[in-house]
Design a protein around this ligand. Structure first.
Ligand code: 5GP
Ligand code: ZN
Length: 135
């Protein structure tokens, strides 16, 4: 993908502050971090989002995400780590090369606002369960 920023980072034609890399993945700092130590993990292979990704690459990214979660916790002493991954404009995706955000979190940092949760009835859960199982 010649016009993809993250493919440019994979190829080395776009600069990035790299933290870790292996045969299948690269981890680097987000250029506009939500907080200090905001890391992005990408597969070297391009897919726009989760739908087109090779499951083996998703697995490789998950393993690197786990390493980066340990890295930010250890190096920055964070109290927690949020893992964020968005697919599609409606979900807030802005760069269309599959990627996972690793966000070091500290008590009360307010980096991510929690969603509004509404308790579902057992009927609602059963209806949605059937729909998602394809019944
Ligand atoms: P999304 O909103 O698609 O989940 O996240 C894309 C992320 O990529 C954003 O947090 C944005 O700051 C980051 N980003 C966009 N362009 C670049 C770039 O050229 N280099 C780096 N390191 N990060 C980028
Ligand atoms: Zn790409």
């Amino acid at each position: 993908m010649s016009d993809c920023i993250f493919c440019g980072i994979v190829a080395g034609t776009m600069p990035a502050e790299r933290i870790y890399e292996d045969d299948d993945t690269i981890a680097f700092l987000d250029i506009a971090p939500a907080c200090d130590g905001h890391v992005l993990v990408i597969p070297r292979a391009h897919s726009d989002d989760i739908h087109g990704a090779d499951p083996a690459n998703l697995g490789a990214v998950a393993a690197t995400v786990q390493q980066m979660a340990a890295r930010v916790s250890g190096a920055l002493g964070s109290d927690g780590v949020s893992i964020v991954q968005s697919n599609g404009r409606a979900a807030g995706q802005t760069v269309f090369h599959y990627h996972v955000h690793v966000l070091p979190r500290f008590e009360g940092d307010g980096v991510m606002t929690p969603w509004q949760a509404t308790r579902a009835s057992s009927e609602q859960l059963a209806r949605m369960g059937a729909r998602l199982r394809g019944e």
